[in-house]
Design a protein around this ligand. Structure first.
Ligand code: FO1
Length: 316
Protein backbone atom coordinates (compact mmCIF):
# COMPACT_ATOMS: atom_id res chain seq x y z
CA UNK A 1 0.00 0.00 0.00
CA UNK A 2 1.18 3.52 -0.72
CA UNK A 3 1.10 5.70 2.31
CA UNK A 4 2.60 8.69 0.56
CA UNK A 5 1.89 9.87 -2.98
CA UNK A 6 4.37 12.48 -4.26
CA UNK A 7 3.72 14.46 -7.44
CA UNK A 8 7.05 15.29 -9.05
CA UNK A 9 8.83 16.86 -11.97
CA UNK A 10 12.57 16.47 -12.49
CA UNK A 11 15.47 17.51 -10.31
CA UNK A 12 13.85 19.35 -7.32
CA UNK A 13 11.08 16.79 -7.04
CA UNK A 14 13.49 13.90 -7.36
CA UNK A 15 15.67 15.25 -4.53
CA UNK A 16 12.71 15.34 -2.15
CA UNK A 17 11.50 11.94 -3.41
CA UNK A 18 14.90 10.48 -2.48
CA UNK A 19 14.58 12.03 0.98
CA UNK A 20 11.05 10.65 1.33
CA UNK A 21 12.20 7.16 0.31
CA UNK A 22 14.65 7.29 3.22
CA UNK A 23 12.29 8.99 5.70
CA UNK A 24 9.75 6.13 5.42
CA UNK A 25 9.79 2.53 4.26
CA UNK A 26 10.64 2.94 0.56
CA UNK A 27 7.68 0.69 -0.35
CA UNK A 28 5.37 3.25 1.25
CA UNK A 29 6.26 5.87 -1.35
CA UNK A 30 4.66 6.23 -4.77
CA UNK A 31 6.12 8.94 -7.00
CA UNK A 32 3.91 10.21 -9.81
CA UNK A 33 6.23 11.62 -12.48
CA UNK A 34 5.24 14.30 -14.98
CA UNK A 35 5.34 13.10 -18.58
CA UNK A 36 4.46 16.42 -20.25
CA UNK A 37 8.21 16.88 -20.97
CA UNK A 38 8.39 13.57 -22.87
CA UNK A 39 9.14 13.66 -26.56
CA UNK A 40 10.32 11.58 -29.47
CA UNK A 41 13.81 12.47 -30.61
CA UNK A 42 16.11 10.62 -33.03
CA UNK A 43 13.43 7.92 -33.15
CA UNK A 44 13.57 7.41 -29.38
CA UNK A 45 11.05 8.08 -26.61
CA UNK A 46 12.70 10.36 -24.04
CA UNK A 47 11.02 10.71 -20.61
CA UNK A 48 13.19 13.23 -18.72
CA UNK A 49 11.26 13.46 -15.44
CA UNK A 50 10.68 9.71 -15.08
CA UNK A 51 14.38 9.18 -15.76
CA UNK A 52 15.55 11.91 -13.36
CA UNK A 53 13.42 10.36 -10.58
CA UNK A 54 14.59 6.82 -11.46
CA UNK A 55 18.28 7.75 -11.66
CA UNK A 56 18.00 9.75 -8.42
CA UNK A 57 16.26 7.00 -6.41
CA UNK A 58 18.63 4.46 -7.96
CA UNK A 59 21.54 6.70 -6.87
CA UNK A 60 22.74 6.78 -10.47
CA UNK A 61 22.00 10.45 -11.20
CA UNK A 62 24.43 12.91 -12.74
CA UNK A 63 24.43 15.50 -9.96
CA UNK A 64 26.48 18.06 -11.90
CA UNK A 65 24.10 18.21 -14.86
CA UNK A 66 20.87 17.63 -12.89
CA UNK A 67 19.73 15.20 -15.60
CA UNK A 68 21.08 12.00 -17.12
CA UNK A 69 23.36 9.40 -15.57
CA UNK A 70 26.54 9.66 -13.58
CA UNK A 71 29.81 8.21 -14.97
CA UNK A 72 28.55 9.21 -18.40
CA UNK A 73 30.49 9.24 -21.68
CA UNK A 74 29.47 11.08 -24.84
CA UNK A 75 30.87 9.07 -27.77
CA UNK A 76 27.43 8.76 -29.38
CA UNK A 77 26.86 12.54 -29.37
CA UNK A 78 30.38 13.28 -30.63
CA UNK A 79 29.97 10.78 -33.45
CA UNK A 80 26.47 12.01 -34.25
CA UNK A 81 27.81 15.57 -34.49
CA UNK A 82 30.63 14.48 -36.79
CA UNK A 83 27.99 12.96 -39.09
CA UNK A 84 26.07 16.25 -39.19
CA UNK A 85 23.27 14.92 -36.92
CA UNK A 86 21.05 16.82 -34.52
CA UNK A 87 23.03 17.57 -31.34
CA UNK A 88 20.98 20.18 -29.47
CA UNK A 89 19.64 17.53 -27.08
CA UNK A 90 22.42 15.64 -25.33
CA UNK A 91 22.08 11.90 -24.89
CA UNK A 92 24.91 10.27 -22.98
CA UNK A 93 25.98 6.76 -23.93
CA UNK A 94 24.61 5.07 -20.81
CA UNK A 95 21.43 7.16 -20.84
CA UNK A 96 20.96 6.29 -24.51
CA UNK A 97 20.64 2.60 -23.67
CA UNK A 98 17.58 3.35 -21.52
CA UNK A 99 15.88 5.32 -24.32
CA UNK A 100 16.62 2.58 -26.87
CA UNK A 101 15.27 -0.18 -24.63
CA UNK A 102 12.19 1.81 -23.54
CA UNK A 103 11.37 2.66 -27.15
CA UNK A 104 11.68 -0.99 -28.19
CA UNK A 105 9.39 -2.12 -25.39
CA UNK A 106 6.78 0.59 -26.03
CA UNK A 107 6.78 -0.31 -29.72
CA UNK A 108 6.29 -3.96 -28.75
CA UNK A 109 3.10 -2.91 -26.93
CA UNK A 110 4.15 -2.52 -23.29
CA UNK A 111 2.81 0.44 -21.35
CA UNK A 112 5.03 3.24 -20.08
CA UNK A 113 3.97 2.22 -16.54
CA UNK A 114 5.23 -1.34 -17.09
CA UNK A 115 8.55 -0.26 -18.62
CA UNK A 116 9.10 2.35 -15.88
CA UNK A 117 8.37 -0.16 -13.10
CA UNK A 118 10.72 -2.73 -14.61
CA UNK A 119 13.56 -0.22 -15.04
CA UNK A 120 13.10 0.94 -11.43
CA UNK A 121 13.29 -2.68 -10.24
CA UNK A 122 16.49 -3.21 -12.21
CA UNK A 123 17.93 -0.08 -10.56
CA UNK A 124 17.15 -1.66 -7.16
CA UNK A 125 14.42 0.87 -6.34
CA UNK A 126 11.64 -0.37 -4.06
CA UNK A 127 9.51 2.79 -4.09
CA UNK A 128 6.98 2.89 -6.93
CA UNK A 129 7.75 5.28 -9.80
CA UNK A 130 4.66 5.78 -11.91
CA UNK A 131 4.15 7.94 -15.00
CA UNK A 132 1.21 10.31 -14.56
CA UNK A 133 -0.37 8.66 -17.62
CA UNK A 134 0.32 5.92 -20.14
CA UNK A 135 -1.23 8.15 -22.80
CA UNK A 136 0.77 10.86 -24.57
CA UNK A 137 0.50 14.34 -23.06
CA UNK A 138 2.81 16.98 -24.48
CA UNK A 139 3.45 20.36 -22.89
CA UNK A 140 3.35 23.24 -25.36
CA UNK A 141 4.90 26.50 -24.24
CA UNK A 142 3.17 29.53 -25.72
CA UNK A 143 5.72 32.29 -26.19
CA UNK A 144 5.77 35.80 -27.60
CA UNK A 145 7.23 34.26 -30.78
CA UNK A 146 4.60 31.49 -31.04
CA UNK A 147 4.12 28.00 -29.58
CA UNK A 148 7.09 25.74 -28.88
CA UNK A 149 7.22 22.03 -28.05
CA UNK A 150 8.49 21.79 -24.48
CA UNK A 151 12.03 20.53 -25.12
CA UNK A 152 12.44 23.02 -27.98
CA UNK A 153 11.64 25.78 -25.49
CA UNK A 154 13.63 24.30 -22.61
CA UNK A 155 16.78 22.88 -24.16
CA UNK A 156 17.05 24.11 -27.76
CA UNK A 157 15.99 27.70 -26.99
CA UNK A 158 17.44 27.57 -23.41
CA UNK A 159 14.18 28.98 -21.94
CA UNK A 160 14.98 32.35 -23.58
CA UNK A 161 11.60 33.08 -25.29
CA UNK A 162 9.11 35.07 -23.23
CA UNK A 163 6.39 32.75 -21.94
CA UNK A 164 2.72 33.72 -22.36
CA UNK A 165 1.07 30.44 -21.27
CA UNK A 166 1.10 26.64 -21.35
CA UNK A 167 -1.02 23.95 -22.92
CA UNK A 168 -0.98 20.20 -22.36
CA UNK A 169 -1.80 18.61 -25.70
CA UNK A 170 -3.60 15.31 -25.30
CA UNK A 171 -4.37 15.84 -21.61
CA UNK A 172 -8.14 16.00 -21.98
CA UNK A 173 -8.18 12.55 -23.64
CA UNK A 174 -5.52 10.99 -21.39
CA UNK A 175 -6.26 8.82 -18.36
CA UNK A 176 -4.21 8.93 -15.18
CA UNK A 177 -2.10 5.75 -15.11
CA UNK A 178 -3.65 2.69 -13.40
CA UNK A 179 -1.34 2.84 -10.34
CA UNK A 180 -2.03 6.57 -9.96
CA UNK A 181 -5.79 5.93 -9.91
CA UNK A 182 -5.47 2.89 -7.64
CA UNK A 183 -3.46 4.88 -5.09
CA UNK A 184 -6.61 6.94 -4.50
CA UNK A 185 -9.31 4.37 -5.29
CA UNK A 186 -8.23 1.33 -3.27
CA UNK A 187 -7.72 3.21 -0.01
CA UNK A 188 -6.83 6.81 0.58
CA UNK A 189 -3.10 7.57 0.83
CA UNK A 190 -1.98 8.97 4.17
CA UNK A 191 -0.44 12.00 2.61
CA UNK A 192 -0.03 13.66 -0.75
CA UNK A 193 3.03 15.77 -1.42
CA UNK A 194 3.46 18.26 -4.23
CA UNK A 195 7.24 18.30 -4.58
CA UNK A 196 9.23 21.54 -5.01
CA UNK A 197 8.88 21.26 -8.79
CA UNK A 198 7.88 23.90 -11.31
CA UNK A 199 4.10 24.42 -10.78
CA UNK A 200 3.41 25.32 -14.43
CA UNK A 201 5.39 22.70 -16.35
CA UNK A 202 5.87 19.87 -13.85
CA UNK A 203 2.76 19.79 -11.64
CA UNK A 204 0.04 21.40 -13.78
CA UNK A 205 0.32 18.68 -16.50
CA UNK A 206 -0.48 16.10 -13.78
CA UNK A 207 -3.38 18.22 -12.48
CA UNK A 208 -4.68 18.66 -16.05
CA UNK A 209 -5.48 14.95 -16.42
CA UNK A 210 -9.21 14.26 -16.22
CA UNK A 211 -10.18 13.12 -12.74
CA UNK A 212 -6.97 14.10 -10.93
CA UNK A 213 -8.30 17.25 -9.27
CA UNK A 214 -11.36 15.21 -8.22
CA UNK A 215 -9.15 12.47 -6.73
CA UNK A 216 -7.21 15.10 -4.78
CA UNK A 217 -10.36 16.91 -3.64
CA UNK A 218 -11.88 13.58 -2.55
CA UNK A 219 -8.94 12.29 -0.52
CA UNK A 220 -8.90 12.56 3.26
CA UNK A 221 -5.10 12.74 3.11
CA UNK A 222 -3.57 16.16 3.69
CA UNK A 223 -2.07 17.67 0.53
CA UNK A 224 1.16 19.53 1.17
CA UNK A 225 3.12 21.57 -1.38
CA UNK A 226 6.73 22.67 -0.98
CA UNK A 227 7.74 25.95 -2.59
CA UNK A 228 10.27 25.66 -5.43
CA UNK A 229 10.88 29.42 -5.03
CA UNK A 230 13.23 30.55 -2.27
CA UNK A 231 14.10 34.21 -1.77
CA UNK A 232 12.44 35.14 -5.07
CA UNK A 233 14.58 32.69 -7.05
CA UNK A 234 14.04 29.17 -8.32
CA UNK A 235 16.49 26.67 -6.83
CA UNK A 236 16.96 25.38 -10.38
CA UNK A 237 15.26 26.05 -13.68
CA UNK A 238 13.04 28.76 -15.09
CA UNK A 239 10.17 28.93 -12.52
CA UNK A 240 10.93 32.51 -11.36
CA UNK A 241 11.50 33.73 -14.93
CA UNK A 242 8.18 32.20 -16.01
CA UNK A 243 6.33 33.80 -13.11
CA UNK A 244 7.79 37.21 -14.01
CA UNK A 245 6.80 36.78 -17.63
CA UNK A 246 3.28 35.67 -16.70
CA UNK A 247 2.90 38.78 -14.52
CA UNK A 248 2.82 36.73 -11.31
CA UNK A 249 4.89 37.51 -8.22
CA UNK A 250 7.98 35.24 -8.30
CA UNK A 251 7.65 34.42 -4.61
CA UNK A 252 6.69 31.48 -2.40
CA UNK A 253 3.39 33.33 -1.87
CA UNK A 254 2.89 33.38 -5.65
CA UNK A 255 3.33 29.58 -5.68
CA UNK A 256 0.89 29.19 -2.76
CA UNK A 257 -1.64 31.32 -4.66
CA UNK A 258 -1.25 29.00 -7.64
CA UNK A 259 -2.18 26.00 -5.46
CA UNK A 260 -4.83 27.78 -3.34
CA UNK A 261 -7.96 25.67 -2.88
CA UNK A 262 -6.04 22.46 -3.61
CA UNK A 263 -3.60 22.23 -0.70
CA UNK A 264 -3.94 21.85 3.08
CA UNK A 265 -0.34 22.67 3.89
CA UNK A 266 2.45 24.77 2.38
CA UNK A 267 6.14 24.60 3.17
CA UNK A 268 8.27 27.67 2.62
CA UNK A 269 11.87 28.48 3.32
CA UNK A 270 13.06 30.39 6.38
CA UNK A 271 14.30 33.05 3.99
CA UNK A 272 10.65 33.70 3.07
CA UNK A 273 9.30 33.63 6.64
CA UNK A 274 7.80 37.10 6.12
CA UNK A 275 5.33 35.54 3.64
CA UNK A 276 3.94 33.08 6.21
CA UNK A 277 0.91 35.14 7.27
CA UNK A 278 -0.09 35.96 3.70
CA UNK A 279 0.09 32.25 2.78
CA UNK A 280 -1.99 31.31 5.85
CA UNK A 281 -4.59 33.87 4.79
CA UNK A 282 -5.07 31.84 1.59
CA UNK A 283 -6.15 28.81 3.67
CA UNK A 284 -3.30 26.32 4.10
CA UNK A 285 -1.37 25.68 7.28
CA UNK A 286 2.27 26.70 6.93
CA UNK A 287 5.61 25.11 7.84
CA UNK A 288 8.63 27.41 7.72
CA UNK A 289 11.91 25.51 7.52
CA UNK A 290 15.11 25.07 5.51
CA UNK A 291 14.01 23.83 2.10
CA UNK A 292 17.26 24.09 0.14
CA UNK A 293 18.50 20.53 -0.39
CA UNK A 294 22.24 20.50 -0.98
CA UNK A 295 23.21 17.25 0.73
CA UNK A 296 21.51 13.90 1.22
CA UNK A 297 21.01 14.84 4.88
CA UNK A 298 19.13 17.98 3.75
CA UNK A 299 16.81 15.84 1.61
CA UNK A 300 16.07 13.37 4.39
CA UNK A 301 15.53 16.05 7.03
CA UNK A 302 13.19 18.09 4.81
CA UNK A 303 11.30 14.87 4.00
CA UNK A 304 11.00 14.03 7.72
CA UNK A 305 9.73 17.53 8.51
CA UNK A 306 7.19 17.42 5.70
CA UNK A 307 5.91 14.02 6.89
CA UNK A 308 5.65 15.24 10.51
CA UNK A 309 3.88 18.42 9.36
CA UNK A 310 1.41 16.34 7.31
CA UNK A 311 0.71 14.13 10.35
CA UNK A 312 -0.17 17.24 12.39
CA UNK A 313 -2.56 18.29 9.63
CA UNK A 314 -4.27 14.87 9.56
CA UNK A 315 -4.67 14.94 13.33
CA UNK A 316 -6.59 18.22 13.11
N1 FO1 B 1 18.58 19.39 -20.34
C1 FO1 B 1 19.39 20.29 -20.91
O1 FO1 B 1 19.39 21.45 -20.49
N2 FO1 B 1 20.17 19.96 -22.00
C2 FO1 B 1 20.19 18.70 -22.50
O2 FO1 B 1 20.90 18.45 -23.48
C3 FO1 B 1 19.37 17.71 -21.87
C4 FO1 B 1 19.39 16.39 -22.28
C5 FO1 B 1 18.62 15.44 -21.59
C6 FO1 B 1 18.67 14.09 -21.95
C7 FO1 B 1 17.92 13.16 -21.26
C8 FO1 B 1 17.11 13.57 -20.21
O3 FO1 B 1 16.38 12.66 -19.54
C9 FO1 B 1 17.04 14.90 -19.84
C10 FO1 B 1 17.79 15.85 -20.52
N3 FO1 B 1 17.76 17.19 -20.16
C11 FO1 B 1 18.56 18.11 -20.78
C12 FO1 B 1 16.91 17.65 -19.09
C13 FO1 B 1 15.48 17.90 -19.48
O4 FO1 B 1 15.27 18.31 -20.76
C14 FO1 B 1 14.80 18.91 -18.54
O5 FO1 B 1 15.51 19.10 -17.37
C15 FO1 B 1 13.47 18.45 -18.10
O6 FO1 B 1 12.62 18.09 -19.13
C16 FO1 B 1 12.80 19.51 -17.21
O7 FO1 B 1 12.33 18.86 -16.09
Amino acid sequence: MSRCVALSGGVGGAKLALGLSKAMLPEELLVIANTGDDFDHLGLRICPDIDTVSYTLGELANLELGWGRRDESWSFMETLGSLGGDTWFNLGDRDLALHVERTRRLQAGETLSAVTADVAKRFGITSAIVPMSDDDVRTIVDTAGGPLAFQHYFVREKCAPKVTGFRFAGASDARPSPAFREAFEAASPELVIICPSNPFISIDPILALPGVRGMLAGTVAPIVAISPIVGGKAIKGPTAKMMDELGLPATALGVAEHYAGLIDGFVLDKMDADEEDAVRALGPDVLVTNTVMKSLDDRVSLAREVVAFSRQLSAK
